[in-house]
Design a protein around this ligand. Structure first.
Ligand SMILES: C[S@@+](CC[C@H](N)C(=O)[O-])C[C@H]1O[C@@H](n2cnc3c(N)ncnc32)[C@H](O)[C@@H]1O
Length: 231
């Protein structure tokens, strides 16, 4: 999360808006949430959600902060029928999807984005990153099963059809990512989609483009729209 171009704006937003509520969806151990606390967030305003209770518990054992962090955790499967009751009453200003969408096929990704949108407040910001395609969209076999790799263009269209605006999505070659650690589970050469979008943001404002591997200028989306959307 900390390497995402929206991250500095998120910290600024938190300084300006006491009580900014953030959800890390697919939080795993919750390391990104602990980093947000180090960077000035109050744990009470942060929620981690994961399908795995074990991951959440392992995080609490690892960080030894269950009594002190204030963090909230929800165990839920975003694709399950029980989802509405698991998240009943929850609303967030910002939702992060880190290395999450690329675990799913196309219909599942559409369901997830719709459910994410329902959890966001008006003008709330969605930001995230996941494997995608710089060329044509495709379904590929990864260890987790058949997954859909979306292009920036199609991803922006999907977000737009859900009512998002101020959409910034680019495909960035993995080796340009600050936290890229080499290789991926199946050795496939796919870029990451890196994006921000604002619920009910400006539908006219949209940038979605693949970035050439040789491009040396700063390739990531400018988060200026998203950072000015929450008052
Ligand atoms: C690849 S990890 C990403 C962890 C972290 N967000 C990151 O950026 O490193 C994906 C996480 O999504 C969780 N997950 C997978 N399917 C899920 C589902 N249907 N609902 C909620 N969480 C799910 C997994 O348990 C795992 O912790």
């Amino acid at each position: 999360m900390k390497s995402h171009p929206f991250y500095p704006s998120l910290l600024t937003l938190n300084r300006k808006n006491e009580g900014l509520k953030v959800l890390d969806l697919g939080c795993c151990f919750g390391a990104d949430l602990r980093k947000l606390i180090i960077d000035g967030f109050s744990g009470e305003n942060l929620t981690g959600l994961d399908i795995s209770a074990d991951f959440i518990q392992l995080g609490q054992e690892l960080f030894k902060d269950e009594e002190t962090s204030g963090l909230k955790f929800v165990v839920a499967d975003i694709l399950s029928d029980e989802w509405p009751e698991k998240v009943a009453g929850l609303q967030f200003d910002v939702i992060y999807l880190g290395s999450f969408l690329h675990l799913f096929d196309r219909p599942q990704q559409e369901t997830i984005l719709r459910r994410v949108s329902q959890l966001l407040k008006e003008n709330g910001v969605l930001f995230g990153k996941n494997l995608g395609s710089g060329g044509v969209e495709s379904t590929v076999d990864l260890k987790v099963g058949q997954v859909f790799l979306c292009t920036p263009d199609l991803f922006a269209k999907n977000l737009s059809s859900l009512g998002f605006g101020d959409i910034d999505v680019v495909a960035v070659p993995k080796e340009q990512l600050e936290d890229f650690q080499g290789g991926d589970p199946v050795g496939l050469d796919h870029p990451f989609l890196i994006y921000t979008a604002v619920k009910n943001g400006n539908p006219e404002s949209q940038r979605n483009e693949p970035i050439a591997k040789t491009e040396s200028s700063h390739p990531w989306p400018s988060p200026h729209h998203a950072s000015s959307s929450i008052n």
